[in-house]
Design a protein around this ligand. Structure first.
Ligand code: SF4
Length: 218
């Protein structure tokens, strides 16, 4: 078995085991939401290790090309982001902006027709510390190729495999606790998490609350 395959399998198993252990020992909804941070730190470590291996990324501060791509997130990530946003000023206008974004993007599949993520403020991610796994692992080898607006950014393959292992290990750990762990679109999910006070509890009770949330009625 090749080195990379072994490392990827070991990383996935370690993330699953550690995440499952923490969920088992802290059986409450707030902890399960805060634990989103664990996987996010693991992906940050994978990206940092790629830098240590000598991979040269082309991303620059202020570049937000990939913030037009559709982002899929775990439920706990949406709830964690909503908990952060709820304490910030201007919440009402943010909710309006999120709802408009969701409405405007109904049925749009072509990336080139998409607008920027409404969480992008003055060219920076307004939830940088809590940004989802999908955003954290979008680290580009070639910004010129990003500008062609495909569905993904050109990544270092080893980094991508390992980041996916973190995602997979996390998914398996939450599934072991019977928590819904399907991915859903970021903005619609955060909108629901912000506006439905029952959503967290229903998710904790096993309901995939974002499945039907996403789009407001036409
Ligand atoms: S959450 Fe932040 S990093 Fe992710 S698409 Fe939105 S603005 Fe960009």
């Amino acid at each position: 078995m090749g080195r990379l395959r072994t490392e990827v399998m070991e990383l996935e198993a370690r993330v699953e085991k550690e995440t499952a252990r923490q969920l088992r020992e802290n059986r409450n909804r707030v902890f399960a939401i805060r634990l989103a941070e664990h996987a996010q730190k693991e992906v940050d470590a994978v990206v940092a290790q790629a830098g240590d291996r000598g991979v040269r990324f082309d991303c620059k501060k202020g570049c937000a090309i990939c913030c037009r791509l559709e982002v899929q997130v775990f439920p706990q990530e949406s709830f964690r982001i909503a908990r952060t946003l709820r304490g910030q000023p201007g919440l009402e206008s943010l909710v309006t902006a999120l709802a408009e974004h969701v409405q405007r993007h109904r049925g749009i599949t072509d990336t080139r027709q998409r607008g920027f993520c409404p969480l992008l403020v003055d060219g920076s991610c307004s939830i940088y510390e809590q940004r989802p796994l999908a955003c954290r692992k979008m680290v580009s080898l070639d910004v010129e190729r990003c500008k062609q607006m495909g569905e993904s950014v050109p990544s270092d393959p080893e980094m991508a495999f390992k980041a996916d292992a973190v995602v997979s290990g996390t998914r398996k750990a939450y599934a072991r606790l019977k928590l819904p762990i399907e991915n859903h679109e970021l903005i619609a999910s955060v909108l629901l998490a912000l506006t439905d006070p029952t959503a967290e509890e229903r998710w904790w009770n096993g309901e995939d609350v974002f499945k039907t949330s996403a789009l407001p009625p036409s």
